[in-house]
Design a protein around this ligand. Structure first.
Ligand code: MLT
Ligand code: MN
Ligand code: ZN
Length: 278
């Protein structure tokens, strides 16, 4: 299975358009919003989440460009972990292709109803919960009850999933968990035997948003890296990598002690465009 990290930043990307914090103005290598492409055969590709940056992400990724026929595309579907706008708005950007299968938890499909009503006007989208991908075995684990800010209904979750995706031929396993509110029950077994685990790296520390005037960080539902690092088993087992990095996160600066601390724990902070073969 090929895995391409199309974007590795949290909502807003880095730099974020309305932010003049030290990191957004430091001239760091830009990061676009969290999105991953996977393929078992190198020909058909599935997106894990669909960021508002998807157009630029596709154009920057030769594997995802259209062809050989004038309107042939290699995208075969989209798996959503949640209903957050930074993970779903890109579906609107894909409307020129006239629809793809989208898989997501029931609560997410429900929350996206108004959005689906718009996008369904642009062709044959299908929306369902059970995931069935050729050549890939997909398992889901509910990991958080955090609802997007725009959801006002009392709808029950689960609201956020992690995916475990196994290539049935190579046995390579990707776990994708970009939104963790806490270390979820059952996560140890879920990552057992994985080759690569992509983890929520939104914040390094629990008080980080204070520097840019909030919002209330715990309400954002992201376990800080300082907590996650205490759970990692060192260099044994899967390779751990952080994604969905917020523009307030000091690990974005490769010369920071926080960046060094992540590497010292045996995890990585891969940039946009990083490719893995599992
Ligand atoms: C999140 O990850 O917490 C959300 O995407 C925040 C947002 O962009 O509204
Ligand atoms: Mn997000
Ligand atoms: Zn900033």
């Amino acid at each position: 299975m090929k895995v391409i990290l199309l974007g590795t930043a949290a909502g807003g990307g880095c730099p974020q358009w309305n932010c003049a914090c030290a990191l957004c103005t430091a001239g760091l290598e830009p990061r676009s919003q969290d999105c991953v492409a996977i393929s078992a055969d190198g020909a058909g590709w599935y997106l894990l989440n669909c960021s508002p940056d998807i157009r630029a992400q596709i154009l920057a990724t030769p594997e995802l460009r259209a062809g050989p026929g004038p309107r042939d595309i290699p995208l075969r579907g989209v798996l959503l972990t949640d209903a957050e706008l930074d993970h779903t708005l890109g579906l609107l950007m894909l409307r020129e292709a006239g629809g793809l299968p989208v898989w997501a938890p029931d609560a997410v499909l429900q929350a996206l109803s108004p959005f689906r009503a718009i996008i369904d006007g642009y062709g044959g989208w299908t929306w369902s919960s059970p995931v069935d991908l050729p050549g890939l075995r997909v398992q889901v684990l509910p990991v958080s009850d955090k609802k997007p800010k725009y959801v006002t209904s009392a709808q029950d979750g689960p609201w956020v999933m992690a995916y475990r995706i196994e290539d049935v031929v190579t046995g390579g396993v990707l776990v994708y968990a970009p939104c963790l509110k806490s270390w979820p029950a059952g996560f140890g077994a879920f990552v057992e035997g994985a080759s690569l685990v992509l983890l929520d790296g939104t914040f390094f520390a629990p008080d980080e948003m204070a520097g840019v005037g909030g919002p209330d960080q715990p309400a954002m539902g992201h376990l800080p890296i300082t907590e996650t690092l205490t759970r990692l088993p060192g260099r044994a087992g899967p390779h751990w990598a952080f994604t969905h990095l917020n523009n307030t996160n000091p690990v974005l600066d490769p010369s920071s002690p926080e960046h060094a601390a992540v590497l010292a724990a045996g995890a990585s902070l891969p940039p946009d465009g990083t490719t893995y073969v599992l």
